[in-house]
Ligand binder design. Sequence first.
Ligand code: FAD
Length: 395
Amino acid sequence: MHRRRFLQGAAGSGIAATLGGCVTAKPSSSQLPLSPASLPLSLPEMAPINAYPDRIISTNVCTRPFRATGPRIETETVGKKTLIHNYGHGGSGWSLSWGTAALAESLINADKQTPVAVVGCGAVGLTTAIQCQRAGYKVTIYAKEQPPYVRSSYASGIWSPDSRIVTLANAQPFAERWQWMARMSYLRFQTLLGLTGNPVEWTTMFRLADKPFDDHGGHNIPGEPAYPNYRKELLSDLNPKARDVSPSQNPFATPHVRQFPLLMFNISAYSQYLLDLFYRSGGQIIDRTLTSMADFQQFDESVIVNCTGYGAKALLNDDTIIPVRGQTCKLMPQPEVKYGIQYFDRHTSVYPRRDGLLVQAGAEGDFNNPLANIDPQESIKAVEQLAAIMAEMKR
Ligand SMILES: Cc1cc2nc3c(=O)[nH]c(=O)nc-3n(C[C@H](O)[C@H](O)[C@H](O)COP(=O)(O)OP(=O)(O)OC[C@H]3O[C@@H](n4cnc5c(N)ncnc54)[C@H](O)[C@@H]3O)c2cc1C
């Protein structure tokens, strides 16, 4: 069966059930290139994190492009142009990027001589452009901003494929498409391990909790809709094995600690890797800002893939995009730190990225909050929380 037709069918319905035999087939656990269960679960060397506000080297805010029904991945005809939308990936844009790119590319119904325009140069635009190149198209990216100035550059950079991607109320119709995208992306990320600069790597995480994990009431975040726990329900064979750290081994003062391996994206190196890959394959990037739907008609290309992320809200007057604010800061890099911490009860997480220890301060009131102003106190508070965790650690 022609791959494009196949994926079109898969995108619409029954993906998981119909993927057998396809090159991008759903992996079974025995096909995984890295069995999470075999990852070492002993405690790593735990160098102290220098959590001092004066080590903050940058602070950023951006808005996740959340849609209650999931990302918009569909074709629209605009005059003589075929416009394929690929936006609205909430808190999962990096994680789902390769899968959503493959779905968008599968919607192109044109011969390989047809030049393709991709609008947007964030996580979704870059991967979509590369996916189209791999399929044989000549691709030009048009964008207002490029990395490191796109919203994607301000993300935490972890495998979080079901983070604010759809509401629980809409989870069922989107589940198969989500699963396909997540599995496709996961496999692709395993091929990006061990490269110069470590664009993608596995790290060790500790999740700290004041109450036993079972008492936490799932995914609910105050002030936000309920979200599905797709990863637990649909990807349990891929989920890295977590273990509860025993009281005798627990180095933290918090009573409940869970250790698990996590896939992490070093966004500076990874964005550069994607840009290099795109250019090496003959791609071109052109500065262009679109102001309305009519601007899509001005392109020379007849096929345009719209990967404008949160920008689609203003560009298309798309009120289905809800901003979910997020603020992060980076502490000076500490290459000796090879673990991260998530302490959601205290709204604090840290990830050992190579380009700086990424500290995320979750705040209630982020949902439907378009404000992109930096609140320095929010990050200072998160760093102080981290300092308290460090000070209380048993060494
Ligand atoms: C704090 C925070 C942490 C996050 N952490 C993670 C994480 O750990 N893992 C994960 O998977 N996801 C994470 N996300 C979500 C992720 O960042 C987004 O889903 C992702 O950035 C969306 O990528 P995008 O390419 O669609 O959009 P963008 O990165 O916003 O790119 C859009 C592109 O379109 C261009 N554009 C927009 N409008 C126009 C226009 N009118 N004309 C021309 N060009 C235009 C922009 O210039 C840009 O090039 C996080 C988000 C936040 C806020």
